[in-house]
Design a protein around this ligand. Structure first.
Ligand SMILES: [Cu+2]
Length: 342
C-alpha cells in the first residue's frame, strides 16, 4: 500500500470516528444533506399541512388507502365516490424538492374495484401507475425522488381512467422548492372536479355514474372539494383583513378547464400552472387545465364574503362551482365604501 493510500485510509478512519459516513465522504446516492425518514403529515381539504422547516432532504413515508364510499354530492343527492382516504379530494401531501417518497397504497377489502395512483410529481413510468396496480384487499408500494418542485395532481389511473377520476380519486402533492415558499398567513387546499350522474342536476336520491354524459363532457355538477356546498355556509373559508392567503388549487377534470376566479379580489401573485415560482401579478382569472394546478396568493383588505368560482359562470350558478371566503375585520372605506352584503 502506498503512503498516499495509507494517509487516505487514516483520514477516513478519523472522520468516521466523528460520525461522518463513508456515504457522505465518497459520494453516495444522496447529497450530504439527505438524512433520516419521517411520516408525511397528511391533511384533508381545505386544510394544508404545515410548512416544512427542515433544510435537509429525507425519506417521506406516505400511505394512502383507496376507499369506495357513498356520500352526499348535493342536497339530497347520494353518489358512490371512489376516494383516496374516504374524502374528495384525497389528502394533501407536502414534501421538498429532492425528498424521497416511500409510498404505499392499500385497496380496502370492502371495495369492488382495482385502483392505482399516478403522481404527476413522479419522474418514471406511468407516474407509479403500473407499480401500484392494487387488487381489492391488497397493498402495493413504490418509491420516487421528487426532482421537480411545483404543485402536482395525483389521481387513480386504472381503466377506465376517466371514470376513476370522475368518481373522486385525486388530490394534490406540493413539492416545495429547495429555497422554500414565502410565508403567508393562511393556506387553503381546493380541487375542482366534475360529476356525471344518471339523473339531471339536483335530482334527489342515489345517482349512479353516467358514462354517456362523461363521454359527452356534459357534467351535472362542477364542484370544489367533492360536493356542492363544501366551501360555503358553515364550511366557508375564513380570513382576517390584512392577511395574505395562498390557495393551492387543483383541477382534476376529468374533462373541463377551470377559469378560476375570486369575485371581488385579484390574485396579487399567480404561480402559473402549478410551477414553483411566481409568473404573474395582479391577475383576475387564471386558467387551470384538467390534470393541472396553480397557486394563487391574495391579501384581503376589505371585510366581506368573497366567492370562489369557475368563471365559466353557469358552472358556478347552476352546477356547484362556488365557494366562499369570509373575511372579518374593520371596514376600510378608503378602499371600498358602500353596502357590502346582501
Ligand atoms: Cu381507481
Amino acid at each position: 500500500m502506498s503512503t498516499i493510500r495509507v494517509f487516505q485510509a487514516g483520514v477516513v478512519l478519523i472522520l468516521l470516528s466523528f460520525g461522518i459516513s463513508c456515504d457522505t465522504l465518497l459520494g453516495g446516492d444522496h447529497p450530504a444533506s439527505f438524512k433520516g425518514e419521517e411520516q408525511a403529515q397528511l391533511t384533508q381539504a381545505p386544510t394544508v399541512p404545515d410548512s416544512l422547516t427542515r433544510s435537509h432532504n429525507t425519506t417521506v413515508n406516505v400511505r394512502l388507502e383507496a376507499v369506495e364510499v357513498v356520500g352526499e354530492l348535493s342536497d339530497g343527492v347520494q353518489y358512490r365516490y371512489w376516494t383516496f382516504g374516504g374524502q374528495v379530494p384525497g389528502p394533501f401531501i407536502r414534501i421538498k424538492e429532492g425528498d424521497r417518497v416511500a409510498f404505499e397504497l392499500m385497496n380496502h377489502s370492502a371495495n369492488y374495484f382495482e385502483h392505482n395512483i399516478d403522481f404527476h410529481a413522479v419522474t418514471g413510468p406511468h407516474g407509479g401507475g403500473m407499480a401500484t396496480k392494487t387488487p381489492v384487499g391488497a397493498t402495493s408500494e413504490f418509491s420516487f425522488t421528487a426532482l421537480h418542485p411545483g404543485l402536482y395532481i395525483y389521481h387513480c389511473a386504472t381503466a377506465p381512467v376517466g371514470m376513476h377520476i370522475a368518481n373522486g380519486m385525486y388530490g394534490l402533492v406540493l413539492v416545495e422548492p429547495k429555497s422554500g415558499l414565502p410565508r403567508v398567513d393562511r393556506e387553503y387546499y381546493v380541487v375542482q372536479g366534475e360529476f356525471y350522474t344518471m339523473g339531471p342536476t339536483g335530482q334527489k336520491g342515489y345517482q349512479p355514474f353516467s358514462m354517456t354524459k362523461a363521454l359527452a363532457e356534459e357534467p351535472d355538477y362542477v364542484v370544489f372539494n367533492g360536493s356542492v356546498g363544501s366551501l360555503s355556509g358553515n364550511n366557508a373559508l375564513q380570513a382576517r383583513v390584512g392577511e395574505t392567503i395562498r390557495f393551492y388549487i387543483g383541477n382534476a377534470g376529468p374533462n373541463l378547464i377551470s377559469s378560476f376566479h375570486i369575485i371581488g379580489e385579484m390574485f396579487d401573485t399567480v404561480y402559473g400552472e402549478g410551477g414553483p415560482f411566481p409568473t404573474h401579478h395582479s391577475i383576475q382569472t387564471t386558467l387551470i387545465p384538467a390534470g393541472g394546478a396553480a397557486m394563487v396568493e391574495l391579501k384581503v383588505e376589505v371585510p366581506g364574503t368573497y366567492l370562489l368560482v369557475d368563471h365559466a359562470i353557469f358552472r358556478a350558478t347552476d352546477k356547484g362551482a362556488l365557494g366562499m371566503l369570509e373575511v372579518s375585520g374593520e371596514p376600510n372605506p378608503d378602499i371600498f365604501s358602500g353596502k357590502n352584503q346582501d
